[in-house]
Design a binder for this molecule. Structure first.
Ligand SMILES: Cc1cc2nc3c(=O)[nH]c(=O)nc-3n(C[C@H](O)[C@H](O)[C@H](O)COP(=O)(O)OP(=O)(O)OC[C@H]3O[C@@H](n4cnc5c(N)ncnc54)[C@H](O)[C@@H]3O)c2cc1C
Length: 407
C-alpha cells in the first residue's frame, strides 16, 4: 500500500470523526484521522447524548465508561422566570435502560473515545495535519495537507474520505463552494456558560427551559460534581467582549436567588451565533459528510451532536457493508438521502421549536398554545404516554443494514 494511503480517511478528530474511526477500526478496516489542531479539543461544548446516540456509543463499546464518568439526567421542566413550574417530563421509564440519556462534557467524551481506540491497530491519528484542498476520480480520493509548523505539504489518498471537520468544513466548502450551506442563521445571540451554582436548593429539575420574552434561557446539570450549563439569549449586535461584560448582570437577573459573582463559580463563557443548515448532499463521489460538517442546529434539546452521532452510526453500517461486499456504493446515496430527511423532519423542526418556545408565547399562555407542552403535561400522569415520548427519539435512527444484499 502506498504511504499516505488508507481505506478510509477521516478529516476531523472531533467526536464524530473519532467515533467513526473507532467503529471502523473495530471491524479491522484501516482508517486514518487527520486533524489540524495539535491535540483533541478541550472545550466542553456539547453535553447531552440522547437515546439514539447512546445506542451507537454503546455499540462502539464506550457506553459503560460514559455512564461511569457522566451523569444520567432525570427530569426536564419548562418554567417561568421566577421558577414557577409550567410542565415537565421525567425519564423514569428509561431509568434501567442502557440507552438512557447521558450528560458528559464533550472534551471528556473525546478522551474516552481516544483511549478506547488505542486498543485497535487499524486506526491512526495524525494531529497538526490541516487539509487545504481535495480531489477525486473514479478510483480514489485525496486531500492535500499542510503539516503545521514544518512548512511541509503532503497528499493522503483513500478509497473514501469522510468530512467530519465541523461547521466550517473544508471538505463541504471544497465540494459545494464557500457559501453553499443552505439554511438560516438565527438573529438571537446565544451565550453558553458552565457554572457551579446550587440550583437544587431552588428545586430546579436536572434540565430547565425558562420561558420569557427577554430573559429566556436553559439551565441543565451536566456533571456529577454539580456543574451546570446555563445558555441564555442576549442582545444581538454586541461584540464578544460586550457580551461577556454583561454576564454578571444577566446572572443576577435570571438565576434563582439572584446571586452576585461571589455566589457562583463561572468556569467558561462562550458567546456564539446559531444556525439551522444542511448540506446539499452528504455524498459527492468518494467524499462523504457527517455531523456538523453536514448539518447544524441550535443547541436547545441537544440534537446537534446526537444527530451527528446517529449519522456516524449509519455511515459505519454503509461502509462496513461495502467492505464486506454485502452492499454496493449506492448505499452511500441512501445514507445521504435518509440522513438529510431525518435532519429536515426531526432535527431542524424540533430544535427550532425548542428555541422559539422559549420566547415567542408569553409564559402565562404557553401551556394553552403549545401542543408539545400540552403533551408533556398529560405525560405527568399518563405513564404510557411518558414512555412513548421517551422512546420517540429513536425515530432519528435508521438501520442501513436493511439495504444489505443479504438482508
Ligand atoms: C459553545 C457550544 C456549545 C454547544 N453545546 C451543545 C449542546 O449542548 N448539545 C449539542 O448537541 N451540541 C452542542 N454544540 C455543538 C457540538 O459541540 C457539535 O455538534 C459537535 O462538536 C460536532 O462534532 P463534530 O465532530 O462534527 O465537529 P467538531 O467537534 O467541530 O470537530 C471538527 C474537527 O475538525 C478539525 N478540522 C476542521 N477543519 C480542518 C481541516 N481543514 N483539516 C483538518 N482538521 C480540521 C477541527 O480541528 C476539529 O477537531 C455546542 C457547540 C458550541 C460551540
Amino acid at each position: 500500500m502506498a504511504p499516505g494511503f488508507s481505506k478510509i480517511l477521516i478529516v476531523g478528530a472531533g467526536p464524530a470523526g473519532q467515533l467513526l474511526g473507532l467503529l471502523l477500526a473495530k471491524e479491522n478496516i484501516d482508517v486514518t484521522i487527520l486533524d489540524q489542531a495539535d491535540k483533541l479539543d478541550e472545550n466542553p461544548r456539547a453535553t447531552h447524548y440522547a437515546p439514539p446516540a447512546m445506542r451507537v456509543l454503546n455499540f462502539a463499546g464506550v457506553g459503560d465508561k460514559m455512564r461511569e464518568k457522566g451523569f444520567a439526567p432525570g427530569n426536564v421542566a419548562w418554567r417561568k422566570l421566577d421558577g414557577t413550574f409550567i410542565a415537565g417530563m421525567d425519564n423514569e421509564s428509561q431509568k434501567d435502560s442502557l440507552e438512557r440519556m447521558i450528560a458528559l462534557p464533550l472534551d471528556q467524551l473525546g478522551r474516552v473515545l481516544y483511549d478506547h481506540s488505542k486498543k485497535f491497530l487499524s486506526i491512526k491519528y495524525l494531529f497538526n495535519h490541516k487539509v487545504t484542498s481535495i480531489g477525486h476520480n473514479e478510483k480514489t480520493a485525496w486531500v492535500n495537507v499542510e503539516i503545521t509548523g514544518s512548512g511541509k505539504e503532503t497528499r493522503f489518498e483513500a478509497d473514501y474520505i469522510v468530512g467530519c471537520d465541523g461547521a466550517n468544513s473544508i471538505i463541504r466548502r471544497s465540494l459545494f463552494g464557500d457559501w453553499e450551506f443552505p439554511g438560516r442563521t438565527w438573529d438571537e445571540q446565544i451565550v453558553a456558560t458552565n457554572v457551579y451554582y446550587p440550583f437544587e436548593k431552588f428545586h430546579y429539575s436536572d434540565s430547565n427551559f425558562i420561558i420569557d420574552p427577554v430573559h429566556w434561557h436553559m439551565a441543565a446539570k451536566i456533571t456529577k460534581d454539580g456543574m451546570w450549563r446555563v445558555t441564555y439569549g442576549d442582545l444581538p449586535g454586541l461584540t464578544r467582549d460586550e457580551l461577556i461584560a454583561r454576564q454578571p448582570e444577566k446572572f443576577k437577573t435570571i438565576l434563582p436567588g439572584h446571586p452576585d459573582p461571589s455566589g457562583y463559580k463561572l468556569v467558561n463563557i462562550s458567546p456564539y451565533k446559531v444556525h439551522q443548515r444542511l448540506a446539499k448532499s452528504l455524498r459527492v463521489g468518494r467524499f462523504l459528510l457527517a455531523a456538523d460538517a453536514a448539518h447544524l442546529c441550535n443547541p436547545f434539546g441537544g440534537l446537534g451532536l446526537t444527530g451527528g452521532i446517529v449519522d456516524v452510526g449509519g455511515l459505519y453500517q454503509c461502509l462496513k457493508g461495502i467492505y464486506t461486499k454485502v452492499a454496493d456504493e449506492s448505499i452511500l446515496d441512501i445514507y445521504s438521502d435518509i440522513r438529510r430527511k431525518r435532519y429536515l423532519e426531526m432535527v431542524d423542526t424540533i430544535s427550532s421549536a425548542n428555541l422559539r418556545r422559549m420566547f415567542t408565547v408569553p409564559p402565562d399562555e404557553v401551556l394553552e398554545k403549545d401542543n408539545f407542552l400540552k403533551l408533556c403535561k398529560q405525560s405527568e400522569t399518563d405513564k404510557e404516554l411518558a414512555q412513548k415520548m421517551a422512546e420517540g427519539a429513536h425515530a432519528l435512527s435508521y438501520d442501513f443494514t436493511q439495504h444489505y444484499k443479504t438482508a
